[in-house]
Design a protein around this ligand. Structure first.
Ligand code: BTN
Length: 233
């Protein structure tokens, strides 16, 4: 049984879960209806208007895998959930979930010695006028299906899917999930342009290593990319 704690408003579900990590049991799920300080990766903000979207943070203890692996499991669970609504989501390395090239979900893993907090935000019923306020192209289930979608149902489907993958990894290891992830990414042998904080370059993706990093063949040798923006050219 999942222990879901829902709040009307939080600054950030991740922040709340991190601050209370010691006292929250493994697999507690913190959700809220609105975030006033929703946070994204790379110090970005995550727009979190009231009522319409999923903002949740999973408290995971007894970890066997690295944070990056948990974000992969979350991304796969999001893909599986969105397909139930007849959408055709794509995965963009490392774990952005896009529909029609627009972002529909964000995943942010944050760790402390007591465990890991896995934040997932899904744009469910965000109306187009709010999507336009987001800096990068964004979409929602409402925008894609033309219908208001049952948010609690999406959350239940997402959590069920996540914990099926998660339990599989705990009992049988990460290899099977890594294979599904690589197939979803469809990036091996593709020519890409990479932007990291340090530099920008082009090359061809030769493999994804055990850490989930991209190994890229450039004219001057192999480059390993663990974080950054990668565009297929
Ligand atoms: C990204 O930049 O793509 C990650 C966005 C993660 C947003 C979610 S919403 C629930 C949880 N609480 C937060 O403050 N952030 C994550």
């Amino acid at each position: 049984m999942l222990n879901i704690i829902n709040f009307p408003v939080l600054d950030s579900t991740n922040k709340y879960a991190l601050e209370n990590l010691k006292n929250l049991p493994d697999r507690t799920v913190i959700t809220c209806e609105e975030q006033t300080g929703g946070r994204g990766r790379l110090q970005r903000k995550w727009l979190s208007p009231p009522q319409v979207n999923i903002y949740c943070s999973l408290v995971l203890k007894n970890l066997t895998e690295k944070p990056a692996m948990l974000t992969i499991i979350a991304a796969l669970a999001v893909l599986e959930t969105l397909r139930k609504y007849n959408l055709a989501p794509q995965l963009k390395w490392p774990n952005d979930v896009l529909v029609g090239g627009k972002k529909i979900c964000g995943i942010l893993a944050e760790t402390k010695p007591d465990g890991l907090v896995l934040g997932i935000g899904v744009n469910v019923n965000t109306p187009p006028e709010i999507l336009q306020q987001i800096e990068k192209p964004a979409t929602s289930l409402l925008a894609e299906t033309g219908q208001i979608v049952n948010k609690p149902k999406v959350l239940t489907e997402l959590l069920e899917s996540f914990f099926v993958f998660y339990d599989h990894v705990l009992s049988r290891g990460f290899a099977y999930i890594a294979q599904i992830w690589q197939n979803e990414l469809q990036i091996i042998d593709k020519k890409v342009r990479v932007k990291t904080v340090q530099k920008e370059f082009e090359g061809t993706v030769s493999q994804i290593d055990a850490d989930g990093a991209l190994i890229i063949q450039t004219l001057t040798g192999l480059e390993k990319v663990l974080a950054g923006d990668v565009y297929v050219v």
